[in-house]
Design a protein around this ligand. Structure first.
Ligand code: 6R9
Length: 658
């Protein structure tokens, strides 16, 4: 990218914290000053929120960058911190998980129940020959056993690798092989869209190609028929019969906790490696700070799948280390009806909700009257993660879900960062709709130009992180070179252009006049129109600000005159007429609306009205596939797509346009 991103849009709305939230906040403005005065002392204080078997000798060892060691010499057990210590403190009867199955069955799991289950699972794993340092693949639906399996691995020092329950045989076997896993934990299936969806056949096929797998542990969830091999063991015949006593042993702060694969845009998936002490310190503290969790009174709900890093850090490790009571939901948001989420919030009196922009925009499309039918007054903090949230989606979320009173925290982070990095603090920050605002205390984020120079306020460029942070990835599993090449060779010491090691996040960003950070999407997605870099996010936000639009995805397609031209794929809101002339008129209106909002340079060459957009299972729009459609190529790799039928719909629509 030769020049910095064009800074097109401007946003002036701002929402300070409600007085009561500010007064009672877990973390106040002083935290920024403390961390700025002594960053490592700040993180040491946060590490002290955990229970350590042996205290560390050194907070950070950065003598061999970019390979960091945090809390050197310290020892702790993650499962002990997430479970046992709450029971020992007298909170055994407290609900850890209100689980809601898609068909409507429910389970209530207290911290004492969780301790029993995790201990039994730990004993079973040990009995199956799994020990510290071994790798375990977890391929599960959203049932409590998924969290139990992760915690049992952590308890005995085995490294888990959770693979999305929707991924193919190929995706699963590649990940098993890369990590050389010994055991797979799975289920017969899970419920999705009102019916059982099988998992075991995929595991059977994958395991047949993976000789490293010695055993397969299978939870019975749906009761559907399964084929059985001599490696298979039922969970209820092993774990549920195992001894409930298990003494957690402490592990080194840098002991590997998990590997989680991110697809990346090209090449084979990267196994992001996270370790123990720093990871739990940051996920635990950020959960306490960003969601202002009051463990005695709050009911927290993160709608992510545990196959996504959000599920690791903000369903399992962050909330449980803080002794939270949380909701876990198995299924899809439209089963049996489009009101399912609001029914769950109402039923459990959820007070903190953490979800993704894609879901918020879907709810916008379905209409305001659906959430209006429920009592959502228990909600006090709303969170967003996964993609830039368009200002209009942010406003809709605050108004229709938060009744214009709840702070909205837009949290920027990545699988690689392990925990939240850039976000408002709900009791401190006057948030702007669409901005993740500023780096959290203890984190150093910046926006730089292509010479690694910090851009002034008002400028745009690349998002970077300048100092190591506790929950940073330690490497790419088995590939230190790729770790350095991908994240550390763009700027600074790793690129041979300075003394400091600078982490390249791969996202475009801008700083507004107050220094707040606006994320503009992946750098690979930035468009080059007549020599100007234009972000997909800004054009999408302009489209979503039109009353007829629910969702939009924008790509740059090769164009003979302008180099690239903007092609937009738009999902209209539910009540909008798009037949015949009305559709043509909407098309013209939308193109003019973008030109008026952002300037003529950003006017789309073409707009396609579509019923759906291609998304990953974590809700990110796969612009790469839309670009294939816009440039009329055959589609690239679709294995991480949530619903592949969507692409047929979109491609057939495209053929009918001039
Ligand atoms: C947690 C997670 C990471 C990428 C990241 C960025 C995008 C996530 C965002 C956001 C703008 C936010 N992203 N949160 N963009 N605003 N609040 O999503 O991890 O799946 O690894 O994706 O997601 O592009 O680089 P992961």
């Amino acid at each position: 990218m030769s020049e910095t991103l064009a800074n097109l849009s401007s946003e002036t709305r701002q929402f300070p914290p409600p007085e009561q939230v500010a007064a009672d906040a877990n973390v106040k403005a002083e935290a920024y000053e403390e961390a700025a005065a002594d960053r490592l002392a700040f993180w040491a204080t946060q590490a002290d929120r955990l229970t350590w078997a042996k205290k560390w000798d050194q907070v950070l060892d950065w003598s061999n960058p970019p390979f960091a060691k945090w809390f050197v010499g310290g020892e702790l057990n993650i499962a002990y911190n997430c479970v046992d210590r709450h029971v020992e403190a007298g909170h055994g009867d407290k609900v850890a998980i209100h689980w809601e199955g898609e068909p409507g069955d429910t389970r209530t799991i207290t911290y004492a129940d969780l301790l029993k289950l995790v201990s039994q699972a730990a004993n079973t794993l040990t009995g199956l020959g799994v020990g510290a340092g071994d790798r375990v693949a977890i391929y599960m639906p959203m049932i409590p056993e998924a969290a139990v399996a992760m915690l049992a691995c952590a308890r005995i020092g085995a490294t888990h690798s959770v693979v999305f329950g929707g991924f193919s045989v190929d995706a699963l076997s590649t990940r098993i092989k890369d990590a050389d896993a010994k055991l797979v934990i799975t289920a017969d299936g899970g419920y999705r869209r009102g019916k059982p969806s099988a998992l075991k056949p995929t595991v059977d096929e994958a395991v047949a190609q993976c000789p490293s797998i010695e055993n397969v542990l299978v939870v019975r969830r749906t009761g559907q028929e399964v084929a059985w091999t001599d490696k298979d063991k039922w969970w209820h015949e092993t774990v549920e019969q195992a001894g409930a006593e298990h003494k957690a042993q402490a592990f080194d702060a840098e002991h590997p906790l998990f590997i989680l694969y991110t697809s990346g845009t090209t090449g084979k998936p990267k196994g992001i490696l996270h370790t123990t002490g720093g990871y739990l310190t940051q996920t635990s503290w950020t959960h306490h700070a960003v969601f202002d969790l009051k463990p005695e009174t709050d009911v927290y709900w993160c709608t992510a799948d545990i196959g996504w890093v959000t599920g690791h850090s903000y369903i399992v490790y962050g909330p449980l280390s803080n002794g939270a009571t949380q909701v876990m939901y198995e299924g899809t948001p439209d089963t049996p009806g489009r009101d399912r989420f609001w029914q769950i919030v109402d039923k459990y009196k959820v007070s903190i909700l953490y979800t993704a922009p894609t879901l918020i925009r879907t709810m916008m499309k379905w209409g305001d009257d659906i959430p209006a039918g429920y009592d959502l007054s228990s909600l006090r903090i709303l969170g967003s993660v996964g993609e830039p949230i368009n200002p209009e989606a942010w406003m809709w979320y605050r108004k229709n879900i938060g009744h214009d009173k709840t702070p909205v925290v837009d949290t920027w982070w990545q699988t690689e960062t392990g925990g939240v990095m850039i976000s408002p603090l709900p009791g401190v920050t006057a948030a702007k709709p669409g901005s993740a605002m500023t780096a959290l205390p203890g984190i150093t984020a910046d926006v730089v130009d292509d010479q690694a120079q910090s851009v002034p306020n008002g400028g745009g460029g690349f998002l970077v992180l300048r100092d190591p942070w506790p929950s940073m990835l330690r490497t790419i599993w088995g590939d230190d070179k790729r770790f350095i090449d991908t994240y550390w060779s763009r700027f600074g010491a790793g690129a041979g252009t300075g003394d400091d090691w600078i982490y390249f996040a791969g996202d475009g960003a801008k700083k507004d006049d107050d220094g707040a950070i606006w994320l503009l999407g992946r750098v690979d997605d930035v468009m080059l129109i007549s020599g100007h870099n234009i972000s997909t996010t800004e054009v999408e936000s302009a489209l979503v600000s039109h009353p007829s639009v629910a969702e939009a995805a924008v790509v740059g397609a090769t164009d003979p005159t302008t180099g690239q031209a903007i092609v937009a794929f738009v999902i209209p809101r539910g009540n909008v007429d798009t037949e015949g002339d009305a559709g043509e008129k909407l098309n013209v209106d939308l193109r003019n609306h973008v030109a008026k909002t952002l300037g003529p340079i950003a006017k789309p060459r073409q707009i396609m009205l579509v019923p759906e957009l291609p998304k990953t299972r974590s809700g990110k729009i796969m612009r790469r596939l839309l670009k294939d459609v816009a440039e009329r190529r055959s589609l690239g790799d679709v294995t991480t797509l949530q619903d592949s039928a969507v692409m047929d719909l979109i491609s057939s629509g495209m053929k009918n346009t001039k």
